[in-house]
Write a protein that binds this ligand. Structure first.
Ligand code: PRP
Ligand code: URA
Length: 217
């Protein structure tokens, strides 16, 4: 299932307009905070799809029947650009365990690139709901490689992918190359991808905007 959060009127549109805007996105703190806010809204929307159970809670005045999560999801993100989005999800799923994966584009001399995945730190994800965040779903190769790797650790019951901007071909690539039960929550979906793998209109380089330019690998 694919959910485009921009298809309904909400503050998501306002935040994305700032994240994309060349005159506003240079304000790194606002850029990161808007990513966090997207993560927060996605967390709330995803929370409606999870399983709950009744629990009796003692208040100073009596007993209240509350509906609480049956199990915490596991939150995972791809370093480094995913950190702000992840922080937003963490604000809401504040009892979750976390997985971190480092993936970056290693550029070849001919201009092509491979995804290099070097660091993985994960709790058990077997039989759990996994929420994997990454601001950009461009070619989809980072997410596919990450999911392949995480699935060697354990098979989640469901994977929620949270992305700020997804590209149509990238979504198709992810859905074609993973067997997992996946829901994609996208802030917005763009149609064009450049030969260098950048989304158009997109937002530019999410990692650099959040944390500064990196040296080319
Ligand atoms: O769908 P793909 O084509 O794989 O591209 C998306 C990847 O690109 C960005 O990371 P980037 O390589 O810029 O690394 P960074 O986090 O270090 O900035 C982004 O955070 C994704 O992980
Ligand atoms: O458009 C894109 C594609 C990949 N990574 C980014 O940061 N931006």
């Amino acid at each position: 299932m694919i959910i485009n959060l921009s298809e309904t009127n909400s503050l998501v549109g306002e935040w994305l307009s700032e994240i994309r805007n060349i005159d506003v996105q240079q304000d790194r703190m606002r850029f990161r905070r808007n990513m966090e806010r997207l993560g927060e809204v996605a967390a709330y929307e995803i929370s409606k799809t999870l399983e709950y159970e009744e629990k009796e809670i003692t208040t100073p005045m009596g007993i209240a029947n509350c509906r609480v999560l049956k199990a915490q999801p596991v939150l995972a993100t791809i370093l480094r650009a995913g950190l702000a989005l992840h922080q937003g999800l963490l604000h809401y799923f504040d009892k979750a365990d976390h997985a971190f994966i480092s993936a970056y584009r290693k550029h070849n001399h001919d201009g092509s690139f491979d995804i290099s995945l070097e660091y993985v730190s994960s709790p058990s994800i077997e039989g759990q709901v996994l929420i994997l965040s990454d601001p950009m779903l461009a070619t989809g190769s980072s997410l596919v490689k990450t999911i392949e790797h995480l699935e060697e650790i354990g098979k989640p019951t469901h994977i929620h992918l949270v992305v700020a901007i997804a590209c149509t071909v990238g979504i198709e690539y992810v859905l074609r190359n993973t067997k997992a039960n996946i829901t994609i929550w996208a802030g917005d979906i763009d149609d064009e991808l450049t030969a260098k793998g950048y989304i158009v209109p997109g937002l530019g380089d999410a990692g650099d905007l959040a944390f500064g330019n990196k040296l080319q690998q």
